[in-house]
Design a protein around this ligand. Structure first.
Ligand code: MTE
Length: 345
């Protein structure tokens, strides 16, 4: 694949998607997808519930807080130069406290507040479907079977905020090659753990932001075999905290963040396009492809710029322009060369 401006291994270069240090914006205003919950009438349902029942709902999340805090471990990994960005990394405490993980609540701090008791041991990740050799990985195998590397990627949420995160993990393509993808495969489906006892957002549509759980996502086989999609088992050099998708989550840096599914238990290779959670909820707003594209607005807000989370004060912050494919066009634009990106959003 022909690539312009990409990193030359061994030479640290300024990436085309470099984030300038002082271009940050406040968190005071953002386009919250909880509007969808309102649109579905679920917000009204919540508001119409008697106070005691509402309190009960929030207590269910509150119970999680009482459990022991989650502990993370240091990881051993290499740092390939082609994935070292000169961008200013989002401070770790912002990466781990400003999250979307509706299984633990729809507010940005809910995942941190509610997920500390999340038990990920034992954990089983199954890779099956149209593969020659299905693979089952347990918690230990997740970090031992593949050589771990650190990749600093930009994460652009569909809500028009972004972060720069140093993930630790291995490429999805490495795993799929190990399993041996059959020639009739066209797509790969991903599924999050379904465990309503641990994930209170899965107990009802009201608590889980309207999503039908388990949370599911998908890629085409060509996207999945690209070198960028990453299975992260850590960030900032340590195993993932629960709010970021412990023990293993997908990271697809040229697509809106909702494609980067957390706490994955199944990866299934298929011969048809799998359903995806946000598309099922509002197909006119969230497509299967979900490539970051400043020229195609969300029906309810512009995608031309984004708030870079983590730096600057409430009043000094400003928006940064959003880049096509989140700045990763040299790696992925060829995948979409004959595609109408307004139609296949
Ligand atoms: N995965 C699951 N299972 N549940 C979710 O609610 N939210 C998605 C994605 N993965 C989500 C998920 C969205 S909308 C975004 S922007 C990213 O996770 C956020 O990842 P972060 O919290 O690590 O920044």
């Amino acid at each position: 694949m022909a690539r312009k401006n990409r990193f030359t291994p061994g030479i640290l270069q300024r990436a085309p998607w470099h984030v300038v240090d002082n271009q940050v914006t406040p968190e005071s205003v953002f386009n919250d997808r909880r509007n969808i919950i309102k649109a579905l009438g679920l917000g009204a349902l919540g508001a119409s519930l008697p106070g005691q029942v509402q309190a009960g709902i929030f207590d269910l999340f509150g119970e999680q807080k009482a459990k022991n805090p989650f502990t993370t471990q240091s990881l051993n990994y290499s740092t390939p130069r082609q994935f070292v960005l000169p961008d200013v990394k989002t401070p770790e405490d912002k990466v781990t406290r400003h999250n979307n993980f509706y299984e633990f609540g729809t507010g940005k701090s809910d995942p941190y507040d509610n997920a500390q008791g999340f038990n990920v041991d034992p954990w089983t990740l199954v890779i099956d479907g149209l593969v020659d050799k299905p693979i089952t990985l347990d918690l230990q195998a997740l970090t031992k079977r593949f050589a771990l590397e650190e990749r600093t990627y930009r994460l652009r949420c569909v809500e028009a905020w972004s972060m720069v995160v140093p993930w630790v993990g291995f490429s999805l393509a490495t795993l799929l090659k190990d399993a041996g993808v059959k020639s009739n495969a066209t797509h790969v489906a991903f599924e999050t753990l379904f465990d309503p006892e641990q994930m209170p957002g899965q107990k009802s549509r009201l608590m889980g932001g309207g999503i039908h759980y388990p949370y599911v996502e998908g890629l085409t086989i060509a996207e999945a075999m690209n070198e960028l999609p990453f299975l992260a088992v850590g960030l900032y050099g340590k195993t993932l905290p629960p709010q970021n998708g412990a023990p293993i989550r997908l990271v697809v840096p040229w697509k809106y963040g909702f494609k980067s599914i957390k706490s994955v238990v199944r990866i299934r290779v298929m011969d048809k396009q799998p359903p995806t959670s946000w598309n099922q909820l509002a197909s006119n707003e969230y497509g299967f492809y979900a490539n970051v594209n400043p020229e195609v607005d969300h029906p309810r807000w512009s995608q031309a710029s984004e708030r870079s989370i983590g730096e600057g004060g409430l009043f000094s912050a400003k928006r940064i322009p959003t880049q096509m494919f989140n700045g990763y066009g040299d790696f992925v634009a060829d995948l979409y060369k004959n595609m109408d990106l307004r139609k296949f959003y």
